[in-house]
Each structure stands twice: as structure tokens, then as C-alpha cells.
Design a protein around this ligand. Structure first.
Ligand code: GRF
Length: 203
């Protein structure tokens, strides 16, 4: 299945997705990387892996819908079937999300539904939890709220900062994002009409 990865930054999750999808047993093939920011490290990682890249700068568009339409066009033109949001820091409009329902995955650095939003690690540290983690979920219109596909718990150590914690959580992200992508592109997990994830057990 042809997959596009949307990024805004360092692209370490992108790197993990690329690495996990090169083998012959992979049901995902990363065919396109789109960044809303030029010059980011993730674009270099894609180019090193010989994956076509595009920069679609949100600042060039008058509205979120127009930006999303440009992304949608690029995905359709390249026959993309699944989309991974890997550190993509833009919120997608309802129209886009509904069109791609069941086909877009996002990684979030907490055990959802705890600590939604852009400051998950800061909030986890402030709450004093001893365990946090990461989640890969289907994207729904409500931010960080779609059906959960994979999660991994990660301990919070005494003296952790946002940096040390995010580094530890990212290692777990790099394990579960490739796993979730394989589950979805192979058809083992799909999104049901009622918005819940369905595990299609192999006979
Ligand atoms: C990850 O921690 C992800 O959970 C969050 O943004 C970060 C992206 O990191 N949404 P990278 O660009 O994959 O290195």
C-alpha cells in the first residue's frame, strides 16, 4: 500500500517508518514525504532514502481548507492510500479528515486519552505521573481523539525534563508507529463505522 508521511520537523518517526517498510514482508511502501516547513531535518532523511519529497507551506494559503486541499491533491496525484502524521504540527480540517477516515494515523507522545495537545510531556511532568508513553491512533476530527491502534508505556524517571522524557518516549514511538502502520496497511486493523478500531482476527 502506498503511504505518505506528513512531517514538520526532525523526522525521527519518519526514519523509523522508512526503516521498517523496506523489507519484502512490509505491506506499506513510503512513496511520498510532505513537509509544511522547508529545510527541516526530516526532508533530508527522506531524500537520503530516495523518497520523493514536497514542501507545502501552510503560510502560502489563505485558509486551512485551501492548505488541506493542496495536500489532498498531492496525495491523490501520487495514488497515496494511507497517510502517517509523524510530528506534523498542523491541525487538519474536518473535510480532509472525513475524506481520509480510517486511512490516517497519528503518533502522540502520551498514553491517550491523558495529556492531549501540544504539551504532553510538560503536562505529564506537572501532573507527577510515574508512567507515561505514546499512542498511535486513527485521526478523527477531534484532535488526539481517534480510535487507538497501539500504545506503549514508558516510565517517568525522577529528575526528568521535557527533553529527557521525550527522548525516552520517542524510542517507544519508533517501535509502535511502524507496528501500527503494518497492522493497518495489511488490513489486520481497520476503522469501523462507529469510530472504533476493529481487529480482524486471522483464521
Ligand atoms: C513526536 O514526539 C510525536 O509524538 C510528536 O512530535 C514528535 C515528532 O518527532 N507529535 P519526529 O519529528 O518524528 O522526530
Amino acid at each position: 500500500k502506498l503511504v505518505a508521511v506528513l512531517i514538520s520537523g526532525s523526522g525521527t518517526n519518519l526514519e523509523a517508518l522508512i526503516r521498517s517498510s523496506v523489507g519484502p514482508s512490509s505491506s506499506a511502501y513510503i512513496a511520498l514525504v510532505i513537509s509544511n516547513k522547508d529545510g527541516v531535518e526530516g526532508l533530508k532523511k527522506a531524500q537520503d532514502a530516495k523518497i520523493p519529497t514536497m514542501v507545502i507551506d501552510h503560510k502560502q494559503f489563505r485558509s486551512r481548507e485551501e492548505f488541506d486541499d493542496a495536500i489532498d491533491k498531492a496525495l491523490c496525484k501520487n495514488h497515496i492510500e494511507f497517510v502517517c502524521l509523524a510530528g506534523f504540527m498542523r491541525i487538519l480540517s474536518g473535510k480532509f479528515v472525513n475524506k481520509w477516515q480510517g486511512k490516517i494515523l497519528n503518533v502522540h507522545p502520551s498514553l491517550l486519552p491523558s495529556f492531549k495537545g501540544a504539551n504532553a510531556h510538560k503536562e505529564a511532568l506537572a501532573a507527577g505521573v510515574r508512567v507515561t508513553g505514546c499512542t498511535v491512533h486513527f485521526v478523527a476530527e477531534e484532535v488526539d481523539a481517534g480510535a487507538i491502534i497501539c500504545q506503549e508505556a514508558v516510565p517517568v524517571e525522577f529528575g526528568d525534563t521535557v527533553e529527557t522524557l521525550s527522548e525516552r518516549v520517542k524510542k517507544a514511538e519508533h517501535r509502535i508507529f511502524p507496528r501500527a502502520l503494518q497492522l493497518v496497511t495489511s488490513g489486520e486493523v481497520s476503522l469501523q463505522e462507529d469510530g472504533r478500531a476493529c481487529w480482524n482476527v486471522k483464521k
